[in-house]
Design a protein around this ligand. Structure first.
Ligand code: GLU
Length: 441
């Protein structure tokens, strides 16, 4: 494959050279740093900020020995990457996935720094992962693994230091076990606030109203703000979706309430299509029972190629990273690509789609609803308050609309793509705070 010759890639190569750290051009972390540096270069921020943002502060790697139900032992590899904390405690999800790698976690941690900064939340960025297939273990095994992972993280997490949350393959039950384990280790004087160590907890145990649907809800608020400027109306749209987990299924249910039509969905079990629309609620019930979209009775089974090439207004990847590559981009026929997942589009696919006139709404804007309501949950925990769903939704709407406006203004100011604009707005904010705080010592 050809190497990348853009100024952004050259900047990333220069920075990594200076740091004596080397990546190939196809590495996700290299690519993400390149686009962050493209934004930094457009702003002319100090070189030291580029160096700081190009590497995480801490990369923690650990192994959890856990006894399985059949008496055998397994060793699970875990990661917590703490990218930056100049704005506040490290913040970001923990994912459980069998294929997870350190560079992926580093990428996601960097994106959390950018996401929290763009939304102007008082948080830094982090991400964690455990190399495990959560579907392949029992509930009791999942609980033991989770408690062991929490113990292994020890004081590397805490409500004032680093606050995990759900991500791919984790949910509110896992957060409840993490919080419970952490509380058991906490000193008696801090037990009340110790539950703030994780967000995305169940409602009955310190969770927030509106947290489960928050990422989907935030995305809908972003569409409300941005689509009219592109001559589109949310109630008259057709769309396709990759992934029907928390983010995908909530996005679909909320878009359905607003009158949009889900034409095709693809997940790890297959792809389905219905010309006049798939019922998002019924599909969510089917996926809850069967684990995937395959076998859903009221739709036609289609190939992955047909899935990508079906014409729609919005194309919404809501699963793992890099699912939209150049091959897929050549098939896609949409007006707007809405990144609900983190880093779902490869740089080549992005360039191809932009050249074709497709607008790309970047992930750090579109999916910031999750961490924003995580922030509301953490605030409620600290103040022993419980906010109604209407209050949460309204405050979420304000944050999402504010971020969308900042991205538009920056894109206009720098004459750049919305992705570069979203990073630029985040970096400008981080730069201001670094200048005010100074770099210790
Ligand atoms: N995992 C989510 C994300 O990637 C949420 C993170 C959080 O709530 O801290 O944004």
């Amino acid at each position: 494959m050809e190497s990348c010759n853009t100024p952004a890639c050259q900047s990333a190569r220069d920075i990594f050279h200076e740091l004596e750290d080397y990546y190939d051009d196809h590495n996700l972390y290299f690519q993400t740093v390149s686009s962050v540096l493209e934004a930094a270069n457009a702003l002319e921020v100090p070189h030291r900020l580029k160096l700081i943002l190009s590497q995480p502060k801490n990369e923690i790697m650990f192994h959890c020995p856990v006894q399985m139900d059949d008496g055998t032992w397994q060793l699970f590899k875990g990661y917590r990457v703490q990218h930056n904390n100049v704005l506040g405690p490290y913040k970001g999800g923990i994912r459980y996935h069998p294929e997870v790698k350190l560079d992926e976690v580093k990428t996601l941690a960097l994106l959390m720094t950018m996401k929290c900064a763009l939304a102007r939340l008082p948080y830094g960025g982090a991400k964690g992962a455990l190399k495990i297939d959560p579907r392949a273990v029992s509930r009791a095994e999942l609980q033991r693994v989770t408690r062991r992972l929490t113990a292994a993280l020890g004081n590397n997490i805490g409500p004032d230091y680093d606050i995990p949350a759900p991500d791919v393959g984790t949910n509110c039950q896992i957060m409840a076990w993490m919080a419970d384990t952490y509380i058991n280790f906490a000193e008696s004087s801090t037990k009340v606030t110790a539950r703030g160590v994780v967000t995305g907890k169940p409602l009955e145990f310190g969770g927030s109203a509106g947290r489960e649907k928050a990422t989907g809800q935030g995305l809908v608020y972003v569409l409300d703000e941005l689509l009219p400027g592109m001559g589109m109306e949310i109630g008259k749209l057709s769309y396709s979706l990759i992934g029907y987990g928390n983010v995908g299924s909530w996005t679909a249910r909320l878009l359905q309430q607003r009158g949009s039509t889900l034409i095709t969905v693809m997940d790890h079990t297959g792809a389905i299509f219905h010309e006049t629309g798939i019922d998002a609620q019924k599909l969510a019930e089917h996926v809850k029972v069967t684990g995937g979209v395959a076998g859903y009775p009221d739709a036609e089974v289609i190939s992955s190629e047909t899935f990508y090439s079906t014409p729609v207004d919005l194309f919404i990847p809501a699963a793992l990273e890099q699912m939209v590559d150049l091959e897929h981009a050549k098939l896609i026929s949409c007006k707007v690509l809405v990144e609900a997942a983190n880093a779902p589009t490869t740089p080549h696919a992005e360039q191809y789609l932009l050249d074709k006139g497709v607008a790309i709404l970047p992930a750090i804007l579109c999916n910031a609803g999750g961490v924003t309501v995580s922030y509301f949950e953490w605030k409620q925990n600290r103040q022993s308050e419980t906010w109604d769903e209407e209050v949460v939704d309204e405050r979420l709407r304000k944050v999402m609309v504010g971020s969308a406006k900042r991205v538009l203004e920056m894109a206009d100011r720098l004459k750049c793509s919305m992705r570069v604009a979203s990073y630029a707005s985040a970096i400008e904010h981080l730069d201001k705070v670094y200048k005010m705080r100074g770099v210790f010592p």
